[in-house]
Ligand binder design. Sequence first.
Ligand SMILES: *Cc1c(COP(=O)(O)O)cnc(C)c1O
Length: 399
Amino acid sequence: MAHAHSVLDFHSFSAQALAADEVQLIESSVAQFGAPLLLLDCDVIRQQYRALNNALPNVTLHFALKPLPHPAVVRTLLEEGASFDLATSGEVDLVAQEGVPAERTIHTHPIKRDADIRDALAYGCNVFVVDNLNELAKFKAYHNEVELLVRLSFRNAEAFADLSKKFGCSPEQALTIIETAQAWNIRIKGLSFHVGSQTMHPQKYVDAIRTCKEVMEQVVARGLPALSTLDIGGGFPVSYSQQVMPIDQFCVPINEALNELPETVQVLAEPGRFIVAQSVTSVASVMGQAERDGQMWYYLDDGIYGSFSGLMFDDAQYPLVTLKQEGEYAPSVLAGPTCDSIDVIAENIMLPKLDNGDLIIGRMMGAYTSATATDFNFFKRAQTVLLNEHDQSCERMIG
Ligand SMILES: *Cc1c(COP(=O)(O)O)cnc(C)c1O
């Protein structure tokens, strides 16, 4: 017990049987490619993007690559007309390779090396984020080419990741940055924030939007050029073991707060988790087993150092299912393959007696999972299998 990271408990184990066609898909994929696998369903990416787009009709959605930087995700969203949020030169390379027009991108890492700025500019991305004067000074050399967003900090203890501890400035500091930028001839496009990943309450956005509105009014009151843009960041929640508010309902108060802004203000968002979390199903197989202290230990070919790295770096409670449902259930542990003792995915869960080679399915495995996986102990990362890569909705309508 007592690991530093979160280990899934029995709440995460869903005895719900899988649909027959899904079982067949999983088994045929394992027969073809072996385990472990990540099944990435591009149709789910489309559905989530469309759902958020409908819920935030006047907001331009820039998908943040960080939770799942996979080329198929970029291609699928590009076809949907999405824009993109980049943070590193690696992410710049990925969207460039997939033919994303640079005008559809913004670079939002608040702390950059000069080379990071140059790489993004060479690609054609010219919107960047700053939250302090040291960073602002880096743009003196590029003042003719760039437009900046100033990132504000709004603390959020409840979120999976409180992204306002490490980044963001106060409204007062933002005004100082904007005045200094004016003196240095650097264009400030607007404000941004990130209320924290997996934010459960829309009020966090509402409060942040209101504060940004006040800063925008003070900018005008001080005789500085009016700001044209507000970027409300990511953080939109998904249902893991705990149900969250449907996205339409979640966005109602956010839209109301946005409606209070001057009509000239263009609004952006940077969703990551919401777009990709539900799109990936993980498939791991039992490599071996032992009975220890009255519990059955099953050693899987994927674990904390692999696709389940989110148990370490994120706070998600991935629902797990066994393909085998029949037999006597006993208290069990699911462990990862490495020789490290922290490599445990779930304990105190009731499982039927499993055989070596039996499959364990993980739901909601798209965000901050494979993205943070390692090759520790030379266990290869799970391969990704693409499903529904091409939009078949037209054909399906005909059929
Ligand atoms: C991680 C990140 C995002 C995505 O956040 P989600 O909570 O996954 O929606 C968006 N913007 C920035 C700047 C980030 O660092």
